[in-house]
Ligand binder design. Structure first.
Ligand code: PGA
Length: 260
C-alpha cells in the first residue's frame, strides 16, 4: 500500500519530497536518485534548490533520468538531457558527470535499454525514484499495455502523450514518436518511490493507479506492488480518491519516527 499524503498545495508536497531527499542524502551522501522530467517535479526541484542555497550539499549525489526521447539532436532544448541539466543538475549543484540519461540517439538505439540497465546496476540501484503520472496513467514513458516486468527499452508514445507534451515544442508534429524509458520492472526495483501528482487533470489517473485494479492498462498501478511508495498530491489531484478521508486520518496520526 502506498502512503498517500494529500497536501494543500504542490509547494507543500514539494517540501515533504525535499525532506525525503534530504534525509536520504544525510544518510548516504552519494545516494542514487531517479529523476523525472515534465512539470510535476519542478516544485520539488525548486524546494531542493532553496535548501542547497541554505547549505544542503548534493554534489556527491548520482542520478538516473527516467526516460529520453529518441532521435532529437544532441543539445536539443527539449531533450530530457537538456531539461534535466537546466532544471536539476545546474540549480541543485549536482555533478553532471554522475547524472545519466538514456541514450536516445539513433545510432546504437537497439542497445540503449540494456546499456542503461547495466549502468543502474553498476551504481548499486536507485535509492529514491521521483515519478510523475501521465493523464493516461503512464509512469516514465510506460504507456498503457506496458508489462509490469519491463526493463528499459524503446517505446512508442501514445497520441495522448504527444499531445500532452506538445506544449514544450513549437508544434505537436515535432514531439518525437519514440522514447527510451525505464521499464515498470526497472522502476519497481528502486528502493523508494516518490510519486507526485498535481491538478485536476491527474485526478482520474491517480485514482485508478492507487485504488483501481492492478492492470497493464494503468501502468502506474504497478506501484501497488512496491513495498515503499510515497504519493504526494494536492487537493485537486486527490479529488477522485474514494478513501481520501482515511489517507488524511492516517497521515495526521502517523507515528513521527516513521518519517516518509
Ligand atoms: P507532467 O507529465 O509532469 O508534465 O504533467 C507527467 C508525465 O507525463 O509523467
Amino acid at each position: 500500500m502506498a502512503e498517500i499524503v494529500i497536501t494543500e498545495s504542490a509547494a507543500a508536497a514539494a517540501q515533504l519530497g525535499a525532506d525525503a531527499v534530504q534525509a536520504l542524502v544525510a544518510e548516504k551522501p552519494d545516494a542514487v536518485l531517479g529523476l523525472a522530467t515534465g512539470s510535476t517535479p519542478l516544485p520539488l526541484y525548486r524546494a531542493l534548490q532553496r535548501r542547497v542555497a541554505a547549505g544542503l550539499d548534493l554534489s556527491r549525489v548520482r542520478a538516473f533520468a527516467l526516460d529520453e526521447y529518441v532521435g532529437l539532436e544532441r543539445g536539443h532544448p527539449q531533450s530530457y538531457a537538456s531539461v534535466l541539466l537546466r532544471e536539476a543538475v545546474e540549480p541543485l549543484g549536482l555533478d553532471g558527470g554522475a547524472v545519466r540519461v538514456p541514450d536516445g540517439s539513433l545510432e546504437g538505439i537497439e542497445t540503449a535499454g540494456a546499456r542503461y540497465e547495466a549502468a543502474i546496476e553498476a551504481a548499486g540501484g536507485i535509492d529514491l525514484q521521483v515519478l510523475g503520472i501521465g493523464t493516461d496513467g503512464h509512469i516514465g514513458f510506460n504507456e498503457p499495455g506496458s508489462s509490469f516486468a519491463s526493463l528499459t527499452r524503446v517505446k512508442t508514445l501514445t497520441e495522448q502523450t504527444r499531445h500532452d507534451n506538445a506544449r514544450f515544442f513549437d508544434s505537436a508534429g515535432e514531439v518525437p514518436m519514440h522514447c527510451v524509458t525505464q521499464g515498470l520492472g526497472t522502476i519497481l526495483r528502486a528502493r523508494h518511490l516518490l510519486l507526485l501528482a498535481f491538478g485536476e487533470s491527474k485526478a482520474a489517473a491517480l485514482a485508478n493507479a492507487v485504488e483501481g485494479a492492478l492492470s497493464a492498462s494503468v501502468p502506474a498501478s504497478a506501484i501497488q506492488l512496491h513495498p515503499r511508495v510515497t504519493v504526494l498530491v494536492d487537493e485537486a489531484a486527490a479529488s477522485g480518491l474514494a478513501r481520501a478521508d482515511y489517507y488524511r486520518y492516517a497521515w495526521a496520526n502517523k507515528p513521527r519516527w516513521q518519517g516518509l
